[in-house]
Structure formats: C-alpha cells, structure tokens
Write a protein that binds this ligand. Structure first.
Ligand code: SF4
Length: 223
C-alpha cells in the first residue's frame, strides 16, 4: 500500500494529472482543508481564471518574475542547418537572468514544430495553411501560460524574440533570401494575439552577438 504522505515531490510531479488531483483531494481531506481540484480542461478562452485557483506564492523563495525566451536562446540545436551561432545557449543573457533570479520560460521553436529540423523554405512553410494551424496551437498554449502567470500575480517581464529570424525576428527578419527590416511570422502572430487578449507585454528582440543591448533593456525593466 502506498504511504501517501511519504511521496516525494518528484513522485508527485511524475504522476498523471488525475492521480495527482486524487492525491491532492485525499491529502486535503485528511488535513481538513478544502483545496479545490485543479481544472485541467482548457476553456474556449484558453484561460482558467478561476478565483478559487488563486494561490499565495509569497511563502517560498520564488522570485515571482518570469521571462519568455525564443527557444534557440537556450538550445542552439534547434537552428536551421548552418545557422547556429553558439554551441548551446545565449550565455551572457542566460547568465544574467540567472544572476537576477528571473525564471526562464523557453518558448517552442515554431520553425522546428511546423517544419522539422531539416527545414528549408521556412517562410513559405510558416505562411501555409498547415503552418498557420500549427502556429495557432502553439500560440494557444503560450497565451494560456502568460495569462495564468499574470492571473496568479506573477510579473511577466517580457517576451524576447530573436532578431533576423523568419519566425522570431522582432525588427529584423529573413525575407526574400536576405535580412531586412520586418517581423518574423511567429512574432507577428504572437503580437496579434497579445493585442486581441489585451495583454500589454513588451516584446524586444535579441541579436545573437549583441546580447548586451537586451541585458541593458532587462536591467531597466528589473530595477
Ligand atoms: S524559429 Fe525562433 S526559436 Fe526556432 S531557431 Fe529560429 S529564431 Fe530560434
């Protein structure tokens, strides 16, 4: 028989959501407190937003601050062939975020998710109906996550895009076989969704070898 109180946090996290909910309810009943069961269904709005699911997060060491990064800032292996600038991560940026105790949320790589690692005609693929559908699914998840953090009182410092990318560029993108001013497809669609959801979150761009500019921007936001 399982001794529920002795289950480690790791075991709890590795459980299926339903098992975790059952344990949560049993533990709550055993302790005489009524913790409402989390609602794992995603409503049409993509957002739980139920007051009974709000929590007080001040009782542990978490910073209460998160930032969203383009996927390849934490994993250069997702880059299109020949386009990695570093072995693994954007080190100055990630070192800085660690020093400032900001939680880092890695966005999915939209190009990889829509077109795979061996992708070639990126913009065409992302702008296709099938590409658009897949981007929409990623955006649903991202918007849900942002709204949940905000609803629970966390600070979402920003969403950092990757300049020069056909997907993640904020002010510079890859179009017609060259870099030029403009937005990537992912950032364009993300900004539309942020506006539609009335989410006022800054979306600055980061250039691979000019990360100091992004760090300066973060320094202003965090102080
Ligand atoms: S699509 Fe975005 S996350 Fe993926 S490799 Fe390009 S810039 Fe990085």
């Amino acid at each position: 028989m399982i001794d529920k109180p002795s289950l480690s946090r790791r075991h709890f996290i590795s459980m299926s959501p339903l098992a975790a909910v059952a344990l949560n309810i049993d533990s709550a009943e055993a302790q005489g407190s009524a913790i409402p069961a989390p609602d794992y269904t995603i409503p049409a709005s993509g957002f739980h937003g139920r007051d009974e699911n709000k929590r007080d997060w001040s009782g542990d060491p978490r910073s209460g601050k998160v930032v969203f990064l383009s996927h390849c800032m934490l994993n250069q292996n997702a880059r299109i062939v020949g386009a990695a600038d570093f072995p693994a991560t954007f080190e100055p940026l990630t070192d800085y975020l660690q020093k400032k105790q900001v939680g880092v949320i890695q966005m999915p790589c939209p190009e990889l998710y829509c077109l795979g690692l061996g992708r070639t005609a990126v913009r065409v693929g992302l702008e296709s109906p099938a590409g658009g559908q897949r981007l929409e699914r990623l955006l649903d998840d991202l918007i849900f996550t942002i709204r949940e953090y905000l609803f629970q009182g966390f600070e979402v410092v920003g969403i950092l895009g990757k300049e020069g990318s056909p997907a993640c560029g904020v002010t510079r993108t890859w179009l017609d076989e060259r870099q030029q001013d403009g937005q990537g497809v992912w950032i364009r669609e993300l900004k539309k969704r942020l506006a539609a959801e009335k989410l006022d979150i800054p979306v600055p761009g980061v250039t691979d070898h000019e990360q100091d500019a992004a760090i300066e921007w973060l320094e202003e936001m965090l102080n």
